[in-house]
Design a protein. Sequence first.
Length: 360
Amino acid sequence: MEEKKKFSARKTFFIFLSIMLSFVFLVCGFNILIDPYFHYHAPLGSKGYLLNADQERYINDGILRHYKYDALIIGNSMIQNFKSSEFDEIFGVNSVKTGFSGASFKEIDQNVRVALKHNKELKTIIRCIDDNKLLDDKDRLSYSAYPTYLYDNNIFNDYKYLLNKDVTKESIKVIMRALFENRSNTGFDSYGYWNDSYKNGKEEVLSTYNRPEINGTQTPFTEEDAEIVRGTINQNVIETAKANPDVTFYLFITPYSILYWDALNRYGTLNKQLAAQKLAIELMLECENIKLFSFFDDTELFCNLDNYKDSGHYIASINSYMLKCMKNGEHILTKENYEEYINNLSMFLNAYDYDAIFAE
């Protein structure tokens, strides 16, 4: 009798274990098949998959690895209002767009390298060069809660994805949206696009701007600063460009508004920042496959606060304008004109009447 009870207990245990394992394999298989964040493959069809900018660091690696494209727009929030359809039409390419809000030079470069490694058809890259990050350490990563298990090649930590309840919920939603809502996949025009979600204009911009107190001393650009710029640009821009000579990199210095320069002027770091930009330009112009652009020679653009939603972020019409200019070679920096560009910008910014911005 006792032996029958033990046998029955063991049998019950193994039945329960079998059920649990079957459930685990079923969930894993389901999430591999649907794969809402593209960890294993691109979307199965044209319906049901939504690209949510709030989940960009969960989605972007899969896009870069598994989508088919020959051109890429990549950067932080400064590239989110680009429309892939405009890029495709103007440049004659088939592009994707991946924005990493607040990304550092290193994070953007790491993802450029992923794209190049997994897509041999990639020949054209548009990427922002953030002036305000030129003096950041070359290894700085601005995003702490990173889903590293999605970015590495270690299959043993994929359980964090495959047995994730939020992933499972999203897999179910993909099916529901495809079968019952007939919702098309998010396109790259709208992925991360924020232009229609915010107000723009001088009044709105000034309401979000906290003008710093004046620092009476000017901070010099030191050799230590120069080494930081060299490290950041060499490691996170130039090395990748030189390793891929058949790829054309369209890089643009992000045209923050005049309020960005007002803040630097009051901090006493305006000329230091211009010196950092000049050095970065010199370094990037040594790469033949880099086409470098700056729109700070267009004073009407960055002094007009109607082009912005805050002191840094420009509206979508500026992104469209920049695409056309890059294709046409307008506002391009060269070895022959960059010193004149820097000198003109320096004279303009140092003589500018910043107080007039705030006069009623």
